[in-house]
Design a protein around this ligand. Structure first.
Ligand code: TRP
Length: 479
């Protein structure tokens, strides 16, 4: 981002208004990398492989690809166009275009707030693993066979204090960066480190798919088994696609607001979707076959802990594995940190721009309630039995572990709801004509404008409503 400095409105020699001229991305590739850096995060590496495995392998992948293409991409483009047209944060953007729709921005901010509270806990786990590898990666307290890695992880996350401290450290680091506003530096650093993550991940994939017995695991991951295809697959794929693309919560409004009118928005949105999906697929290939070989198909349902249990196994077999492990978790940490900072930053932008709070005050106002949520997420992994009510129309009120409720709340309810608001707003309130004019402002005409308008007006909302019917109505969804 380059800051164009202050714009002063001077009348009769007096400064009437001092506004910050909005920052802009220095280059389009910078924008694409920054947006991809925000999109590529724990979701790709920590959530995706588990969901592929639990959601039916190939059936899930096909579903995921279709959803990215026909729902994720059009909604991302809709969000970017709102941002570039209004040059505002989410809530402000809606308020400018139609004040009655400010609530939709509010949905986005609330979603980000909850995501941030568990993101920082998982970010803490990543830091712990960096420390583990720095100190020689000794898992022998849990035996010598391959189950020692999952035993180690299970023991760690169910401890009361240690994960909390790591989570707090991660959150403090984010706060430190955000308060000082050095996102510039982070952005520049992530331009080097994100390609690094990519190269390392590719290396791990090559290794993982050439292990003895990997073919079986690959088959498990890629084969399309119609028996495994059900509404749960679709629900999980949609929640995951939106989470991973950072769509449905207004991030792309903010990012779009920094894009100059000369750039081709549609192409950029396409690149972001492709990069993000590629990293997710590579993580799946790096992790799923290995878990299959070492722990068998029964282990596939274990969801979130995947990266923390499967990869140490891979590293333990590699020559120089301790170094690989350290490098991998370090890069995962960078991916998580860049994402987390942009989540926190968006919440803070809302408080400072809409309520005029100073940055530090806004940060404190956010972080104090956030810490309680984080603590609940962390402790409910096993240290304490914290249950929260969760409602759906089929099962009524159920009491589920707090961590599950938090993930369900964002993935199954709030993100689809936010995305629905974006579609309905762009499709029916602001109008796809206005939006496509904004997208075409760069002079690149969109030949598939009418198809896009159809997707935003009809297909995407219909898919999202069906999904909400399954999550809220029938109590399905995998997270
Ligand atoms: N997309 C990120 C990931 O895959 C997570 C995420 C969700 C996010 N919402 C966000 C990141 C908003 C930045 C901003 O991990």
């Amino acid at each position: 981002c380059v800051d164009l400095g202050e714009l002063r409105v001077i009348k009769k020699g007096r400064i009437l208004k001092m506004e910050h001229k909005r920052s802009q991305w220095a280059s389009n590739i910078g924008f694409i990398l920054a947006a991809a850096g925000s999109a590529v995060g724990l979701g790709n590496i920590w959530k995706f492989p588990g969901k592929v495995a639990a959601g039916g392998g190939g059936a899930f992948l096909i579903c995921y690809a279709l959803i990215v293409l026909f729902v994720g991409f059009p909604v991302m483009l809709a969000e970017l166009s709102i941002g570039r047209s209004t040059q505002k944060n989410v809530v402000g953007a809606f308020r400018r275009l139609n004040p009655r729709w400010s609530f939709a921005g509010g949905i986005g901010v609330l979603t980000l707030f909850v995501i941030m509270s568990y993101y920082s806990v998982v970010g803490g786990w990543v830091m712990k693993y960096i420390a583990v590898y720095l100190t020689g990666a000794d898992f022998s307290a849990f035996g010598n066979d391959s189950s020692r890695f999952s035993a180690y992880f299970a023991d760690f996350i169910s401890r009361p204090a240690e994960p909390l401290l790591w989570g707090a450290a991660f959150l403090l680091l984010c706060i430190y960066v955000v308060v000082r506003g050095v996102s510039e530096g982070i952005e520049r650093v992530s331009k080097f480190l994100m390609p690094g993550l990519f190269v390392l991940l590719t290396g791990i994939v090559v290794y993982a798919v050439t292990l003895d017995g990997a073919a079986e695991g690959l088959k498990y991951m890629l084969a399309v088994d119609p028996a495994k295809f059900n509404s749960g697959t679709v629900v999980a794929a949609l929640g995951q696609a939106f989470f991973s693309l950072s769509v449905g919560m207004g991030i792309m409004v903010t990012y779009g607001s920094y894009v100059p009118r000369t750039e081709n928005l549609a192409k950029s949105a396409g690149c972001i979707c492709i990069l993000d999906s590629l990293v997710a697929l590579l993580s799946g290939l790096a992790i799923v076959p290995v878990v299959y070989i070492t722990a068998g198909p029964e282990a596939m349902g274990m969801g979130g802990g995947f990266a923390f249990m499967a990869l140490p196994e891979v590293f333990s077999r590699l020559p120089g594995g301790v170094f690989f492990g350290f490098a991998f978790f370090l890069l995962l940490f960078v991916a998580a940190l860049t994402s987390a900072i942009s989540i926190l930053e968006s919440c803070i932008a809302w408080l400072t721009e809409e309520f005029g709070f100073a940055r530090l005050k806004a940060t404190l106002l956010l972080v104090i309630p956030m810490s309680f949520l984080s603590a609940g997420y962390s402790l409910s992994q096993g240290a304490m039995d914290i249950k929260l009510p969760w409602f759906d129309f089929t099962n009524g009120v159920q009491y589920l572990p707090m961590n599950a409720v938090m993930e369900k709340f964002t993935d199954n309810l709030m993100i689809p709801l936010g995305a629905l608001c974006f579609c309905l707003f762009v499709g029916w309130v602001w109008g796809t004509d206005n939006a496509s004019k904004e997208i075409e402002a760069s002079g690149h005409s969109m030949a598939w404008k009418r198809l896009w308008a159809f997707l935003v007006k009809f297909l995407a909302p219909a898919v999202i409503i069906v999904i909400l019917y399954f999550t809220v109505g029938r109590g399905q969804g995998l997270s």
